[in-house]
Ligand binder design. Structure first.
Ligand code: GLA
Length: 721
């Protein structure tokens, strides 16, 4: 009894000490421990697998300012430029008196449920930085951001404002990044990080992710692997310029600084105004990227993706079928094709608007969101009602942030356009970006959606495109605060998207940006899905979808069947798109009867199986990066239903084909295996077809689902019996 009381007392006293000195941020499997030093500086003491015994926290050593190595001053949580640190800082400020330094000292912290906030301040200047940590315990995701305020008289600029600064100690570090360009989105590349800095960033403003996507993976001790090893996976929720800096210091400690890219964005912060950084999200998986992806996908569906728990609409798009060349008659015929196919929706793409400067190609009309009377005399309401008569919903393409100089909008409101007053204007796709820093422009952009919805309340879907980066960095509205442009633009965009979300909660919205130039998780808080790439060649899509699936769930990834790569069968093209949010952008008349029948059947099967396709439990079993095949598996949460997608790309002659071992099943259950989505009149040639196996067998021995055929695909359903 006495022993028990003593140990309770010991624990109680320890907890008291800990709460003053130690801040612990935990999810089910991860723990981040911060400590306050005697000089009131805040340090990272631990980031790793969750410690089981809370009393162990007191054993974690406290990094000391100015101690230890002559170079490193300690792992400060939010290091500041200009004082002691020799490495990349998280924060930089220029005070009103011109002083470019700061010391941030701990003031107080509080925890309210899943949210911890820690207030730091400068004891000499009235500057305050509050760090926020929000945990999603079950999904093992930590969200971080900071808020910056000052009360100085005179002008203050912030030159760096990271969302997060994390430290790691491992023998070596391997970064996997997701380089991109048009039609080559999410190309995964891995390299070892050595002394110095590696920066992955974007400075494109609007079409921000065209050249680099805001995701990364860092393998600690070995390159990130699918099913084993410790890996940090991170992303920034910001539909604009981002920057990740990976710095290996003199002591081989890795520093990861994440946030809005501050390049050309020295932000003028008004007295009393709060600057909220973007949100950084990370997970630390001890079981490879597979586990990290399942966490991110689950988190997206449960907490982040707009209408994450809801169904999606299959569709027929007309872009690659007609481009700009269509009229009422052609469109009405396409509604019939959509109905025949069995999709939920017809999506009318670019080319329906503009009168003084009709949108006949990409050189005119952007900004004039009035239907082209000559082309579509009965307007959008007629199209909506004709589609609905056929039992098909109606969706429409817009690009409301942009303007062609050849437009009535550009003539009426030249001051609404981002354009340098003193230099030649640089055009990207013959267009310019509107100044969303300006509240009047925000109203106008909201009006593009609002007017369409007012006129056609039953529009179910909009594809919101954004084809140009910000090419001319000058806002007529911001005047002498041009450093605020990139940040205030994104805030202006969010304020519009918030209004859209609030007024039209049932509207499905696709985020598109000349292919996959926008794909961030904050954008997906407003959009129900995104366009992964204009590249719909199914072989390329296997790689692109493999990349996005590291972080994003299937129901958000629009995947359309098109005419790209006609050497692949319709079945192969459909089977690749089946892994995402299925749609079609193809002239169905050009297809053979069998191909059309296959598409119809695939839509039916997709609807029957959508909850398996969209389950966050993804197992990437065979990588196209490492073989001439690709196999991925989805499993429902209750492990009762699973789908296996198997693709042979271009196998070499005589290649030895291995069994594919499944994952995530119930070892004790019996599963019936059936190949689905077969071409009309075809029987499955898989030996496992229509047989039953235990989960144990499937996971230990596996199935023969690969072949030496070229561009061959199988979709295999497993159901608990
Ligand atoms: C972008 C999109 C395409 C299509 C065109 C229309 O390139 O990625 O899907 O909508 O714009 O101009």
């Amino acid at each position: 009894m006495i022993k028990k009381t003593l140990s309770f007392l010991h624990f109680f006293i320890l907890s008291l000490c800990l709460s003053a000195q130690t801040i612990s941020i935990t999810t089910d499997h991860t723990q981040l421990v911060l400590k306050v030093s005697s000089q009131k500086r805040l340090y990272q003491a631990y980031l790793g697998q969750r410690l089981t015994d809370r009393t162990d926290l007191s054993l974690l050593s406290m990094p000391q300012a100015g101690m230890g190595s002559s170079m490193a001053r300690g792992l400060e949580t939010y290091p500041v430029m200009g004082t002691e640190d020799y490495y990349e800082p998280a924060f930089e400020i220029r005070h009103a008196d011109g002083n470019p330094t700061s010391f941030l000292k701990y003031q107080q912290h509080s925890t309210d449920g899943d949210l911890t906030s820690i207030r730091l301040h400068d004891e000499v200047y009235p500057v305050e930085v509050t760090l926020y940590y929000k945990v999603y315990p079950r999904e093992d995701i930590i969200q971080q951001w900071a808020e910056i305020r000052h009360d100085e008289k005179g002008k203050v600029w912030i030159g760096r404002y990271a969302s997060s600064m994390l430290y790691f100690e491992a023998p070596d570090y391997y970064l996997t990044e997701f380089g991109s360009e048009w039609a080559k989105e999410m190309q995964m590349q891995t390299e070892q990080l050595r002394f110095g800095k590696k920066v992955v960033d974007s400075r494109l403003g609007t079409r921000a992710n065209m050249m680099a996507q805001p995701f990364f993976e860092v393998g600690l001790g070995s390159p990130a692997r699918e099913d084993e090893g410790t890996v940090l996976m991170g992303t920034l929720g910001w539909t604009g310029n981002f920057r990740f800096t990976f710095e290996v210091d003199h002591q081989n400690i890795l520093r990861v600084v994440s946030g809005i890219n501050p390049d050309a964005s020295i932000y003028q912060l008004e007295r009393g105004e709060t600057f909220r950084t973007a949100d950084f999200y990370f997970t630390l998986s001890a079981d490879g990227t597979g586990e990290g992806s399942r966490r991110f996908q689950r988190w997206m569906l449960n907490h982040q993706l707009r209408r994450g728990d809801d169904a999606r609409l299959t569709l027929l798009n007309n872009w690659e079928n007609t481009y700009f060349s269509f009229d009422e008659e052609k469109l009405v015929a396409l509604f019939g094709e959509a109905k025949d196919l069995g999709v939920d929706l017809f999506l009318l793409d670019d080319g329906w608007f503009g009168n003084k400067y009709p949108r006949r190609n990409d050189q005119a009309g952007l900004g004039d969101w009035e239907v082209t009377h000559e082309k579509l005399p009965r307007g959008i309401p007629y199209l909506v009602s004709e589609a609905e008569k056929q039992g098909v919903g109606f969706g429409i393409w817009i690009e409301p942030e942009m303007v062609n100089p050849k437009s009535e909008l550009a003539e009426k409101h030249p001051d609404w356009i981002l354009r340098l007053p003193s230099r030649d204007t640089y055009y990207f796709r013959h267009q310019l970006v509107l100044d969303l820093c300006n509240p009047k422009v925000q109203d106008y952009v909201f009006g593009v959606v609002d007017n369409l919805m007012q006129e056609n309340p039953s529009i179910r879907f909009m594809k919101w495109d954004c084809n140009s980066p910000i090419t001319n960095i000058y806002s007529p509205y911001l005047k002498d605060r041009q450093g605020n442009l990139y940040v205030d633009y994104v805030r202006g965009l969010y304020s519009v998207l918030e209004r859209v979300r609030e007024k039209y909660p049932d509207l499905y919205l696709m985020m598109c940006s000349g292919g996959g130039g926008r794909s961030d998780v904050r954008g997906l808080n407003y959009f129900t899905e995104f366009w992964c790439s204009d590249n719909t060649d199914p072989v390329e899509r296997l790689f692109i979808q493999w990349g996005y699936s590291q972080f994003l769930p299937a129901k958000a990834m629009c995947a359309h069947v098109t005419d790209w790569n006609r050497s692949s069968s319709i079945k192969f093209r459909v089977d690749v798109a089946f892994q995402g949010k299925l749609g079609f952008d193809i002239g169905l008349k050009g297809l053979s009867d069998d191909d059309r029948a296959y598409c119809r059947q695939a839509i039916k099967e997709y609807k029957r199986l959508e909850n398996v396709v969209w389950a966050p439990n993804l197992y990437r079993l065979v990588s196209p990066y490492e073989s001439q095949h690709c196999v991925v598996q989805r499993v429902t949460d209750d492990k009762a239903h699973s789908l296996l997608f198997a693709y042979d790309i271009h196998p070499r002659y005589g290649e030895r084909l291995m069994n594919t071992r499944l994952r995530g099943l119930d070892p004790d259950a019996l599963y019936r295996v059936r190949e689905v989505c077969l071409m009309p009149g075809r029987q499955s040639r898989l030996a496992c077809h229509d047989k039953s196996y235990t989960g144990d067998y499937l996971m230990k021995v596996g199935l023969k689902v690969l072949s030496s055929g070229q561009l061959v695909s199988h979709i295999i359903e497993l159901e608990k019996v």
